[in-house]
Design a protein around this ligand. Structure first.
Ligand SMILES: *Cc1c(COP(=O)(O)O)cnc(C)c1O
Length: 471
């Protein structure tokens, strides 16, 4: 069984269910495995040909150990992926001799976050049922995460989910994916304010300790290691499909919080033969600058065509930093403290060279995104979304540098989630997939609240069964 330790070294060691329910460690750090449950000789080869759900059960089982029995886990992964819109769950499409696209938009909310969250919602339900507990998931969203979180928690017996979004500031598709669920335990709340206001309200709820305990608040954001475990699966699936362990594969990953590309790094640490990892940034290029200079320096966030990557502080980067510092919690904590106070910290050239074996990076501005969408449409016939375009751009550079190693670019969202940019670049408007073709005609249900903590807390209390259980 895998034990988990904090990247800051001062929190209790937990097992997988503990990490799942806890999320952020008590010392402010992120949980990582004490030792990676890697693939022994021959194990990877024997996984080739497993279906996606069986592969997910194997990989998550390595982290969960005896805490969740194998049969239960297999049943959970089966139901988690049964509703996906493609039999392969995460299908690969060949774009040219070297380049492949892995489509991660066949889940209910059309972005890759469904792949981990469909699993994580069910894992929560299972662990909470064993403990006879309820929890309330709260979150703020600027677009994609909210709907994925709501879909993950919908109809779960032990969970209620309340997602705040800025009224009038998310796209119609994004809003409707939250407001048309028709699930009695999943609530979308339009806040009269900005995304930052929504995030501040969520933070304030977590910081109100009495409220936090009363409601058993939790989050399903990407700092939760269970999400990382769920994301390792598609890297293994893709590499096996392309001939691993006999052949190495590279991946190009559009990056915001560094969660998705960290999952690839984790897969590599477990023994998956990954040659290179391409970190794709948009104009918010703090990670690209870091991988080129060894210096992490904060700059203001600018809005781009790929909003899920409009981030300057990549929370999951802390997990890589911990490895770069030889797993020293003290050094990790010191670097992050410096980053918070000065907006900057650096690693040594040796530490940087250590990770340059694996990571390459690139930034793409909005013009580059538009050109890439157009070029991909013209040369391959594929319509890709703006986030995916960032990944394809670094993938092309990786393929040019090493034409013998297949490069898999992750298609992180369905192009129909960003129809205006895609239409402007590719000259055709992408249609919604069949499962949600009637999205624009569905009835919307949402609450509207002022930017007021008391009003939001009253709403949460009223809509959570966790409070009722305690009362
Ligand atoms: C969340 C998201 C990203 C960023 O992923 P991270 O794990 O935060 O790096 C990129 N593209 C899309 C479409 C997303 O929804």
């Amino acid at each position: 069984m895998t034990h988990f330790i904090s990247t800051r070294g001062r929190a209790p060691t937990l097992d997988f269910p503990g990490v799942l329910l806890t999320g952020l460690a008590e010392d402010g750090g992120l949980y990582v495995p004490d030792a990676w449950p890697g693939f022994a000789e021959g194990e990877l080869a024997s996984l080739a040909g497993s279906g996606y759900a069986a592969l997910a059960a194997d990989i998550v089982g390595r982290f969960a150990g005896d805490a969740i029995d194998a049969e239960t886990l297999a049943a959970i992964t089966r139901t988690a992926y049964s509703g996906f819109g493609h039999p392969a769950v995460a299908p690969l499409k060949q774009l040219d001799d070297t380049l492949w696209l892995m489509e991660l938009f066949h889940g209910p909310t059309l972005a890759f976050k469904d792949y981990a969250l469909q699993l994580v919602g069910r894992l929560f339900d299972h662990v909470l049922a064993n403990r006879g507990e309820h929890m309330t998931i709260v979150g703020a969203t600027s677009g994609d995460t909210g709907s994925a979180g709501m879909e993950a928690c919908r109809d779960r017996e032990r969970l209620d989910v309340i997602i705040l979004f800025p009224k009038g500031r998310v796209s119609d598709v994004q809003r409707r994916l939250m407001t048309t669920l028709g699930a009695s335990n999943a609530h979308a709340v339009a806040i009269d304010g900005t995304f930052d206001d929504c995030q501040d309200l969520v933070k304030a709820m977590f910081n109100d300790m009495a409220f936090r305990h009363e409601l058993r608040l939790s989050a399903v954001n990407s700092i939760n290691f269970a999400r990382i475990a769920g994301q390792i699966v598609y890297y293994v699936a893709a590499a096996l499909a392309l001939g691993s362990p006999g052949r190495s594969v590279s991946f190009a990953v559009p990056t915001g919080n560094f969660g998705n590309v960290y999952a690839a790094y984790a897969a590599r640490t477990m023994g998956l033969p990954i040659a290179r990892l391409g970190v794709a940034s948009n104009r918010n290029d703090i990670l690209d600058r870091f991988f080129k200079s060894g210096s992490m320096r904060m700059e203001p966030v600018v809005p781009t065509l790929s909003p899920a990557m409009d981030i300057q502080v990549s929370s999951n980067f802390e997990r890589l930093l911990f490895e770069m510092y030889g797993r020293s919690g003290t050094r990790t904590e010191a670097a992050l403290a410096q980053f918070r106070s000065d907006g900057e910290f650096s690693v040594t050239p040796e530490e940087l060279y250590g990770c340059r074996d694996v990571f390459v990076s690139q930034r793409l501005d909005d013009d580059g995104i538009m050109r890439t969408i157009a070029e991909v449409a013209a040369t391959t016939g594929e319509t890709v979304d703006p986030h995916t375009a960032c990944g394809i751009s670094v993938a092309r550079a990786m393929a040019a540098a090493d034409p013998k190693t297949p490069v898999v670019a992750l298609a992180c969202a369905h192009p129909a989630k960003f129809p205006d940019a895609v239409e402007a670049a590719a000259g055709r408007r992408p249609g919604l997939p069949a499962a949600v073709a009637d999205l624009m005609d569905r009835t919307e249900t949402m609450a509207e609240l002022p930017n007021d903590l008391r009003a939001v807390q009253d709403y949460v209390r009223h809509h959570s069964r966790a409070a009722a259980v305690r009362a």
